[in-house]
Design a binder for this molecule. Structure first.
Ligand SMILES: *[C@@H]1O[C@H](CO)[C@@H](O)[C@H](O)[C@H]1NC(C)=O
Length: 90
């Protein structure tokens, strides 16, 4: 019964919207990329992230991502990240 309930919840998430929307861009350099377009997230991506990867990568991006993945960027040395979970919050 428990797994059936999980399946129903998952289907509701997929088919009934609640899709998060995030700003999307990718760029070179150590400042946050612009301009942005809008990306509709898949159900597995429950957060919008803005990430700057410092030297030597020197790149940045904003996109939908899983909150746990985004938190991982926050903990990554040399990276700056902000993670949030409302529409276009990044
Ligand atoms: C990345 O940025 C740093 C600091 O501005 C710079 O010293 C370095 O050369 C850059 N690296 C690349 C691969 O562009």
């Amino acid at each position: 019964m428990r797994s059936a309930a999980c399946a129903v919840v998952l289907l509701l998430m997929i088919y009934q919207g609640e899709a998060l929307r995030c700003n999307y861009c990718f760029g070179k350099g150590t400042t946050l990329c612009t301009p942005t377009s809008v990306q509709t997230c898949s159900p597995l991506a429950n957060a919008c992230g803005a990430v700057i990867l410092g030297s030597p990568l020197n790149s940045s991006f904003r996109q939908c991502m899983n909150m746990a993945v985004c938190q991982g960027y926050i903990k990554t040395p040399g990276a700056f990240a902000s993670c949030c979970s409302t529409d276009l919050c990044n």
